[in-house]
Design a protein around this ligand. Structure first.
Ligand SMILES: Cc1cc2nc3c(=O)[nH]c(=O)nc-3n(C[C@H](O)[C@H](O)[C@H](O)COP(=O)(O)OP(=O)(O)OC[C@H]3O[C@@H](n4cnc5c(N)ncnc54)[C@H](O)[C@@H]3O)c2cc1C
Length: 469
């Protein structure tokens, strides 16, 4: 039996290990925990979800929903475990993180061809064993330094921020018609999903303006303080991922930016007034028992006392107890189009393939998808089969091509981490028109439906061939 190695037992590494096992390879999985943890990790399980417990939208008309559907259809271990450990969250696929990680770990450890090596890998192996490196956005310093040496290019680091989590019973709840003004109420936007998935903290105009003003004045963690915690580079000129901007940075863009962004009130009728509030801070359930809530969109770089002061201006959170404060964190990724080849293997040492967030995909599901495709492509190469990644018309294929850099506009050589988006998939509606027929203008909804239909058809055809190999 051929032997392969996977470094990093996170989301991409666990998915890659499983797909390699399924293709008859013996896998040595190397994970630094429990010897060493990244600053974001709190458990010693494999496949730890370090922040939100949500894998985002489950609706296939949303690009990440389609990606999830494709992974499930193609036998993803992690998506199957997510479906098994799901907790209610409206349109989103959220999981009980402990049960999710335990399910993934159990599946892997009970496979007879898997060996788990605990301990940090401090140098990139050069022993010819095909190796998938999936050490994530917080790759340990020693390994990252070795990678920098090997690539000959500057490793890039930028910063993301995470949102606070509060104890459920410290939130002021609207429990009847006499509830105090500003009490939080249960409702999913537009009434989608289970009613109790989200807790909504309303703000009137005056409260919203005071909240925004406090955000702008709040004390933030400085570059020097980040440096003391080992987050030394580029912190002041921080290059944030647009989908994860700190709330105070969004507030700097204008008074109404938050109200039209993460604090939008649309579709959320306050039961006390029957109307949408001026703004709403949504809380999403963190665990299956509903004992903790995450402040959606409130990722922040504010200092902890400032977080207590600023978030207590939201009436429903006036006495909130914080289980976790928001924080800023590092994100390490390769300039994949420059240093990786068409199989995600390092040009400078082709026995090393890369998967997950370190390749410049962004997000849990995207990291799983990257682990999935990298493993398939590697297994094919080891068996002497030609390269056959998922079709460009699928979400899996689009994401794969993002890391090739082939989706960039001509002349653009920048490479930035990215969630899966429809922009990664070629548009529909441009196909040749049969003679004698007129082109019909498609609505956005029609286009989306045709994109999904085409992706499903093309994925099925590709997977029938890929699965039989
Ligand atoms: C703080 C933070 C919060 C995030 N929040 C979200 C979120 O809410 N939603 C979302 O969709 N995405 C989020 N992301 C982005 C990303 O989706 C996750 O980080 C995701 O886990 C990445 O998957 P991965 O498999 O690439 O890396 P990881 O899941 O981080 O796995 C990497 C694994 O490699 C191990 N490792 C690292 N170095 C070594 C070494 N030298 N030797 C051996 N093992 C090593 C680590 O211990 C870890 O287990 C967040 C990222 C960070 C850093």
């Amino acid at each position: 039996m051929d032997r392969v190695r996977v470094i990093g037992g996170g989301l991409a590494g666990c998915e890659a290990a499983w797909q390699l096992l399924r293709r008859g390879l013996a896998v040595e999985l190397c994970e630094q925990k429990p010897t060493r943890r990244t600053p974001a990790q709190t458990s010693d399980h494999l496949a730890e979800l370090v922040c939100s417990n949500s894998l985002r939208s489950a609706n296939p008309e949303n690009a990440v929903g389609l990606l999830k559907e494709e992974l499930l259809r193609c036998g993803s271990l992690l998506l199957a475990c997510a479906a098994e450990t799901r907790v209610p969250a409206g349109d989103a696929l959220a999981v009980d993180r402990e049960r999710f990680a335990a399910a993934v770990e159990q599946a892997l450890l009970s496979h007879s061809a898997l060996t788990l090596q605990r301990g940090e890998v401090t140098a990139l192996p050069d022993d010819g064993v095909p190796t998938v490196v999936a050490t994530g956005p917080l790759t340990s310093d020693a390994l990252a330094a070795d990678l920098t040496r090997l690539c000959g290019t500057e490793r890039l680091a930028f910063y993301d921020a995470i949102a606070p989590i509060v104890e459920a019973d410290s939130v002021v709840l609207a429990d009847g018609p006499d509830a105090p003004p500003g009490a939080a109420f249960f409702l999913s936007r537009w009434g989608k999903g289970e009613g109790a998935d989200y807790l909504n903290c309303p703000l009137d105009q005056q409260q919203y303006q005071a909240f925004v003003a406090a955000l702008l004045e709040a004390d933030r963690v400085s570059a020097e303080q980040l440096a003391q915690h080992g987050e030394q580079q580029h912190a002041e000129a921080a290059h944030y991922f647009e989908g994860c901007l700190p709330i105070e940075v969004m507030a700097e863009r204008g008074l109404d930016t938050l109200r039209f962004g993460p604090l939008k009130p649309v579709g959320l009728d306050d039961p006390r007034t029957g109307r949408w509030p001026h703004a709403v801070v949504q809380l999403r359930k963190e665990d299956v028992h509903g004992t903790a809530y995450n402040l959606v969109g409130c990722q922040t770089r504010m200092k902890q006392p400032a977080q207590r002061a600023v978030f207590s201006l939201i009436p429903a959170l006036a006495a909130a107890r914080f289980l976790r404060y928001g924080a800023i964190h590092r994100n390490t990724y390769l300039d994949a189009p420059a240093v990786l080849d068409e199989r995600n293997a390092l040009r400078a040492r082709p026995s090393l393939s890369f998967a997950g967030q370190i390749t410049g995909v962004e997000g849990y599901v995207e990291s799983i998808a990257s682990g999935f495709t990298t493993a398939l492509v590697l297994a094919d190469a080891l068996a002497g089969r030609p390269l056959d990644p998922p079709p460009a018309t699928t979400a899996l294929g689009g994401l794969w091509r993002h890391a090739r850099g082939s989706l960039r506009a001509p002349g653009n050589t920048d490479y930035t981490p990215c969630n899966v988006t429809w922009a990664m998939i070629p548009p529909v509606g441009d196909e040749p028109i049969p003679a004698g027929q007129k082109r019909r203008k498609l609505s956005k909804g029609d286009k989306r439906a045709r994109l999904v239909e085409r992706a499903r058809r093309d994925l099925d055809a590709w997977w029938r061939a890929a699965a039989s190999r």
